[in-house]
Write a new protein. Sequence first.
Length: 248
Amino acid sequence: MMFALFMLVVLVITGAIWLLDIAVLSKRRVAGSPDPIWVEYSKSFFPVILVVFFIRSFIVEPFKIPSGSMMPTLLAGDFILVNKFTYGLRVPILNNTFIDINHPKRGDVFVFHFPPDPSIDYIKRVVGVPGDKIVYRDKVLYVNGQKINNTFTADYEYAASGLNMIYAKRYQEQLVDKKHDILIDENSGTRDVDLEVPPGHYFAMGDNRDNSKDSRYWGFVPEGNLVGKAFFIWFNFDEPRRIGTKIN
């Protein structure tokens, strides 16, 4: 959000200088004389910043995954792309929807402004939509009274903070008609919940179920905090084979 605000400020300043030059400054300069350096830079940067700002605000925005809370779907260090218009077009910075298109569906991987601190962006999976009854008990997820089935696929180990090895199990979970992988650490405790998702809110969980601070801890994601739907991994310095992976 802070970067978007910075870009908006620069866009306004360079655009104002460009318009000022057209309306006033250029008419006062001696014919054939070069533009002042600050005018030249503003006229050069304004169209570039305008295009980048438009693309990031309304079409697609890049993000970097900072943690392992969405493993094995997303790894720390993945650079991803987020579709900014899937959930409707929003006013930059204010994030108010002015064209309503779609709403998050169960199973979507979405980016949103962290409710306790909207200056931070989070990424999780949509588990509950408005009106859903969500129960998470003993590492088993229930949506509207139905147990969400998962199938064991493999053992999974990874290095956590401090290089401690975590030994988990990888399952394929089916949420409605979407299949995705999750991790369960059977040796850890569980954060159980039993609640109903209120109107205009969403219940989010990380795929790394026992290493994710999500809606089980800080509550629901309001509609006004939505940023977009993650759909593509475009780069990873440590694991090039992940480049070009579609996010399920």
